[in-house]
Design a protein around this ligand. Structure first.
Ligand code: C2E
Ligand code: MG
Ligand code: MG
Length: 263
């Protein structure tokens, strides 16, 4: 399959924003023990380009370089606030997480934007249903700013997850100072559960660290029963992956899986 060039993707991003054809897919997060859905992660999608799929990670990478991430990020937050309100009107309260890029998070006005969307949709009392996923790379930035924004988000009830944990630059000294609710174990470790003892050690260490800090653990990229069983046995409470459900447009998940009402 031929890859798209940087320029092609850049143009496609601009057109998709302009024509409002960017959209979100939602992937379930489940309690591994029961398979019950405990939340969804919103994942960015662009329409096909010349009939081909464009990797979201490539889109995000380019958008971070040219600044379009700010518009994309605002769209994602607005859209998820809309769904939180819509679901609440149907009597369903389920957490939805959004991925937040470092430049988006560090941009002045990030917190105020979320607050304005909460007010616009009248969901201030449902703040606990919004989760933000940040990667470890956020920790290399000005710690005081990071902590101050996170504590403001925390005051709104918003939950925080560290995404792709274990593959980036991780400062445990900073981690202990942050109001983190969940650690998401990167899928590269999960992928190797069957073949690598070292990866199994790393997973166990992450789980133990998270629990000592009072955080819960979500394993990403679970594709088979063996991985799920091993993770459950190792003390990992939540999971996400093709075994439980692929990312899908909202109208497809709502029919089948939106049955759990979060407390
Ligand atoms: P992520 O946040 O770690 O999201 C998980 C990725 O793993 C998603 O890829 C998901 O489709 C994929 N995945 C889920 N289950 C499995 C599995 O069982 N096996 C495998 N092989 N993959 C699985 P996706 O949607 O391509 O997104 C890639 C990355 O792009 C995300 O990684 C996130 O870092 C970034 N991203 C996606 N949407 C957004 C967004 O709205 N904003 C920002 N800033 N970044 C986003
Ligand atoms: Mg994520
Ligand atoms: Mg991840």
């Amino acid at each position: 399959m031929q890859n798209h060039s940087h320029e092609e993707i850049e143009k496609h991003i601009d057109e998709s924003i302009e024509k409002e054809t960017i959209f979100l897919n939602f992937q379930p997060k489940v309690f591994i023990s029961s398979g019950l859905v405990c939340g969804y992660e919103a994942l960015l999608r662009l329409p096909l380009l010349n009939g081909m799929y464009v990797q979201p990670s490539q889109v995000i990478n380019i958008a971070e370089q040219n600044g379009k991430i700010l518009e994309i990020g605002a769209f994602v937050i607005r859209e998820v606030c809309f769904y939180i309100r819509m679901l609440d009107q149907l009597g369903i309260r389920i957490p939805i997480s959004v991925n937040v890029s470092v430049p988006q998070f560090m941009n002045r006005g990030f917190f105020e934007y979320i607050e304005s969307q909460f007010d616009f949709f009248g969901i201030r009392h449902l703040g606990y249903l919004l989760e933000i996923e940040l990667t470890e790379s956020m920790m290399i930035h000005d710690p005081e700013t990071v902590i101050s924004v996170l504590s403001k988000l925390n005051n709104l009830g918003i939950k925080l997850a560290i995404d792709d944990f274990g593959v980036g630059y991780s400062s445990l000294n900073q981690l202990k100072r942050l109001p983190v609710d969940h650690l998401k174990i990167d899928k590269s470790f999960v992928e190797n559960i069957e073949t690598s003892e070292k990866d199994r050690f790393v997973i166990k260490a992450i789980i133990s660290l998270a629990h000592e800090f009072g955080m819960t653990v979500i394993a990403e990229g679970i594709e088979n029963r063996h991985q799920a069983d091993w993770l459950l046995n190792a003390g990992c409470e939540m999971g996400q992956g093709f075994l439980f459900g692929k990312p899908k447009p909202f109208n497809e998940i709502s029919k089948t899986r939106l049955s759990i009402v979060a407390s």
